[in-house]
Design a protein around this ligand. Structure first.
Ligand code: ZN
Length: 262
């Protein structure tokens, strides 16, 4: 079989990563700070010196990468397991980029997690997976449980499917923070299960997609929690007899996840 042939539509995309959660800009700002002062769609350098100190360039098995030191260590373990368990796919793997300060593709305000060197894009046989078609190259689907095992999140579950993309999960980053690996300290406030006004990132894209499906909200799925998204959340909460505070906490999240289209 060919590892680059695309699967059928991925089912239950929001369950692909089980309980692992993607990174949010809010968490990254709290834990690591802003990598640089301005962003565009082009790759630019990290200018934040505290973050630069944590960036390394190292061999992780199939290729060299430049990224956040603990993420690079984690990838080395991931690729070690892929080499042992799925050697044919291992040989086909290529690096389409790790550290790169830019906006999420298609957004002019959500910052990509590549900006902190916490995400990597992969090719198979030199080919990129087609983004946004809700399918994945077979080889990416086959290796994603190994990434999950090492607490990396697969971008196939993003609002806009991005199967070439794997990133550090929120749980793993939080662990590094708690262990002092990232240099900072202090409690992370209220980020594990809340999506709120001003948040940016793939999780907001997921929220917008769900609100569009279950509420017909007609939101632009740009991954930015603005006034329109807040209004749709409040409308959803009113409809489902939840406290209409416009904040997506654990209860509202579960209700949005499981709501049926009427
Ligand atoms: Zn990516």
């Amino acid at each position: 079989m060919s590892w680059i042939s695309e699967t059928d539509d991925l089912e239950n995309r929001d369950r692909l990563n089980k309980d692992l959660l993607p990174l949010t800009n809010k968490l990254m700002f709290q834990v690591l700070g802003n990598p640089r002062g301005n962003y565009s769609q082009d790759c630019q350098a990290v200018t934040n010196l505290a973050i630069r100190k944590l960036i390394v360039t190292e061999d992780v098995g199939p290729f060299r990468v430049t990224g956040l030191a603990p993420a690079v260590d984690g990838l080395r373990r991931v690729f070690g397991d892929i080499q042992n368990e799925l050697p044919d796919i291992y040989k086909a793997l290529g690096n389409a980029g790790m550290l790169c300060c830019r906006f999420v593709r298609g957004s002019n305000s959500a910052i990509s997690n590549h900006s902190w060197g916490c995400a990597i894009d992969l090719t198979l046989e030199g080919k990129l997976d087609f983004r946004g078609d809700r399918k994945a190259q077979a080889g990416l689907k086959a290796i994603h449980p190994i990434f999950n095992r090492h607490e990396f999140y697969w971008g196939a579950a993003f609002g806009t499917e991005d199967a070439m993309h794997f990133e550090v999960s929120r749980q793993l980053l939080t662990k590094w923070h708690d262990d002092g690996v990232l240099g900072g300290s202090g409690l992370i406030k209220d980020v594990v299960d809340t999506i709120d006004f001003g948040d940016r990132g793939p999780e907001v894209g997921w929220l917008q997609e769900r609100l569009n499906i279950v509420m017909g909200a007609d939101l632009t799925q740009d991954g930015v929690f603005g006034a329109g998204t807040r209004a749709a959340v409040i409308a959803f909460q009113n409809k489902h007899q939840l406290k209409p505070d416009g904040i997506v906490g654990a209860t509202t999240r579960e209700a949005i996840k499981t709501a049926q289209v009427v």
